[in-house]
Design a protein around this ligand. Sequence first.
Ligand SMILES: Cc1cc2nc3c(=O)[nH]c(=O)nc-3n(C[C@H](O)[C@H](O)[C@H](O)COP(=O)(O)O)c2cc1C
Length: 303
Amino acid sequence: MADLNVNIGELQMKNPVMTASGTFGYGLEFADFIELARIGGIIVKGTTLHKREGNPYPRMAETPSGMLNAVGLQNKGVHHFVEHIYPSIKDIQTNMIVNVSGSAIEDYVETAAIINELDKISAIELNISCPNVKQGGMAFGVTAKGAEEVVKAVRSVYKKTLIVKLSPNVTDITEIARAVENGGADSVSLINTLLGMAIDAEHRRPILSTVTGGLSGAAVKPIALRMVWQVSKAVKIPVIGMGGIMNWKDAVEFMLAGATAIQIGTANFIDPTVTVKVAESIDDYLNRHNYTSVKDIIGALEV
Ligand SMILES: Cc1cc2nc3c(=O)[nH]c(=O)nc-3n(C[C@H](O)[C@H](O)[C@H](O)COP(=O)(O)O)c2cc1C
């Protein structure tokens, strides 16, 4: 067996496979399908300071090789998380990471400060890239100044590993990545969903209640791969790659492009055991190619 350990900031992971926020609940929902301890980390649902109802239905649409969603960060707020969810997930034997969203800098800061006190949460992933909420979210992630400002503010209160999730809905993602690195992030993760839309021609209506939504799944992979490659050359902090990873080959491609770890999202809806299969198959790949450590393939693309 090859060494599958990777580090993201102070986070030590037994393998590079994580779950993407919003596609894996709080982890427990998948405990009947896989042994959760066999994945490197679980990024839980987007969490905000106050409760959010999310967007009206319909908020999902299937598209060729992908899906559109406009869930809109539905969650019961960070206080509910601390009191009711944290106690039930704190003994899961892998890294538990909370995805934090907000619509104002103060919201991000207050939420991060509350989560900083939770022993078992080893990192946060700051979502400055959600395309499905009217205020905030993506607004911070689309300008270098806005991104740096929110990261700096959160860095001043959050003492553990700070991952910042980038939006692909920008002209130059490397500029935002550099700003986030300057702001004090320990890592960047990318990509969040790409803004798209779907139409029901018979009724001349948009399919999603919000008209536009976030595209994910296999359809976005080439774009995500390109952005991971560009960002990994632009920053020194570790990059976490995601976007359309459906199997181990996709995961290996992201690592060759420069990702230290990867996240799997939409594929969990198709096969709830995909994460464990990918971790096992990365090991097979390393053995077949005589690598002793997964670190040897990070950025090993020969151009
Ligand atoms: C139903 C759904 C809900 C999502 N919710 C969140 C969220 O709350 N926070 C976040 O940062 N990303 C969220 N995402 C984006 C994913 O974490 C991921 O960045 C994106 O789907 C691309 O990866 P994939 O192609 O493997 O799904 C969501 C995606 C889907 C499909």
